[in-house]
Design a protein around this ligand. Structure first.
Ligand code: HEC
Length: 457
């Protein structure tokens, strides 16, 4: 059987991306001479946990244990070391060495922070001087709308039907539908999603709100799978995520009759909890129409729903979408199911050059992370650019999420079937707008990751 790591070699880099990640981790653990000053929990580690972990790892939040006090953290030192070196925690799995590098919602650790944690664990995980401890971080006690500070209360709040998760139960994907109460078309400026209660945060792993509406105009100019695009993604929520505020003069259109189709991943926590998920929607004032419309588009890695993943195999699938107008890509959310392993998005420009846009090398089905490009880093491509999406699937025992490597897997909705697309908010613009953008973003164009990329089969 082929080594899965070899299956995703990008030969032009001269090394495999996955292996490059491992050797970077090795640099972080070896090499450096022991630090002159001891690394302590109080002085060095607690501030990192506050900034990057406690949102989820504290009492009443979603993670299995609290990482607030020294006593709570100390027993997990070895597991923490292992998870941060592998870049599995925090759950930010995009490759930091290729493609777009700046994000609005980056929760990853810097190499320096990883080094600090590793040195702390390797030197016996000492407490240090309690006087060095930072003041405990304050968390909003209430389940408040975070965008309200900037935008005021939401114009619409749409709730899912409630669900009761038993104390002990398998994971559930709860998929009710809710109406959006609108009598005329309105433009959306921002959306925020949250579980209905604090206890609901403990059982809600993540939630997705698909927008279902019959809107001829919303037939995406960029193509993609029409079936999936009908079900445009409005918002995705996982703990740590706050709200989506679109670029100035950019929005999404809601038409009367629109519905939300929820996909809520719930897990049991040893106590029965009943809760729902709700979506706050902030609208542009009546009559105000933003210049740009953004379309959540499923850019396919699969051709015509054809998938053939034999038992005990690693499979690659690839597909192309041509941008029929110049467009900005605003974010990247890879979507695969249990066998999903990695996904790459590249752009092949009309002049023949190519650019790596994003690569997630450690896709994990439990974490549907959405990587939102920073305003000054979101790539813009001219009309005629081909977007190539490549997905890799691991149907071997080496994939810890694989329920049964001896099964054949085909295309389908169930999590035991497969899919493969990059959800991207695509904002189309005129050729003149593109020229104006290119003239004012020479730096960004010059820094684009244009190393020619060839994917090895
Ligand atoms: C977005 C929420 C979130 C953030 C941020 C986060 N974690 Fe986690 N973490 C989880 C959840 C949920 C789990 C359990 C499921 C899993 O393993 O994916 C977990 C699991 C873990 C585990 C494994 C526990 C076990 O049972 O073995 C470790 C260790 C860990 N996290 C450490 C960290 C550290 C250290 C940070 C910060 C540098 C961090 N996490 C940031 C949500 C988070």
């Amino acid at each position: 059987m082929r080594d899965p790591r070899v299956a995703i070699t990008f030969t032009a880099f001269g090394s495999c991306l996955v292996l490059a990640g491992l050797s970077a981790a090795a640099d972080l653990t070896n090499g450096a001479a022991p630090a002159a000053k001891p690394v302590t929990f109080a002085k060095d580690v607690a501030p990192i946990l506050q900034a990057r972990c406690q949102e989820c790892h504290r009492a009443g939040s979603m993670a299995p244990m609290s990482l607030v006090t020294y006593e709570e953290t100390r027993p997990w030192a070895k597991a923490i070391r292992q998870r941060v070196i592998a870049r599995q925690m925090p759950p930010w799995h995009i490759d930091p060495t290729v493609g777009v590098q700046k994000f609005k919602n980056d929760m990853s650790l810097t190499d320096e922070q990883i080094k600090t944690i590793v040195q702390w664990v390797d030197s016996g995980a000492p407490m240090g001087d309690p006087k060095d401890l930072p003041a405990p971080r304050k968390w909003a006690g209430e389940n408040e709308w975070q965008a309200a500070a900037e935008l005021g209360p939401p114009d619409l709040v749409i709730k899912s039907e409630p669900y009761t998760m038993e104390a002990h139960h398998q994971d559930v994907w709860w998929r009710p539908t809710s109406d959006i109460p609108l009598t005329e078309p309105r433009w959306v400026r921002a959306v925020e999603m949250r579980p209905g209660s604090l206890s609901g945060r403990r059982i809600t792993h993540h939630a997705v709100a698909y927008l279902m509406q019959d809107d001829a105009e919303s037939a995406t100019p960029g193509g993609g799978d029409p079936e999936l695009n009908r079900r445009g993604l409005l918002m995705e929520w996982a703990i740590g995520k706050s709200y989506d505020l679109y670029h100035p003069n950019t929005g999404k259109l809601l038409v009367p009759g629109a519905q939300i189709s929820w996909d809520i991943h719930i897990h049991a926590v040893g106590e029965a909890i009943r809760d729902h998920v709700e979506l706050g929607v902030w609208l542009y004032p009546k009559g105000q129409e933003p210049k740009y419309r953004t379309y959540l588009t499923a850019l396919q890695a699969i051709k015509q729903r054809y998938m053939d993943i034999p038992p005990n195999s690693i499979v690659e699938s690839q597909n192309f979408t041509v941008l029929k107008q110049a467009a900005m890509l605003e974010n990247f959310q890879p979507h695969m199911h249990l066998r999903g392993k990695a996904m790459a998005v590249e752009a092949i420009l009309p002049d023949g050059t190519s650019q790596m846009v994003s690569y997630v090398g450690k896709f994990n089905f439990n974490w549907m992370t959405n990587y939102i490009y920073a305003d000054d880093a979101a790539p813009v491509f001219p009309k005629g650019t081909m977007v190539r999406v490549t997905a890799w699937y691991d149907n071997t025992r080496g994939n810890p999420n694989n329920p049964d490597p001896d099964q054949w897997v085909g295309f389908g909705d169930r999590t035991v079937d497969e899919m493969g697309h990059a959800w991207m908010n695509v904002t189309y613009m005129s050729d003149d707008d593109y020229k104006a953008w290119a003239a004012t973003h020479k730096n960004q164009l010059a820094n684009a990751d244009d190393r020619p990329i060839r994917i090895n089969r």
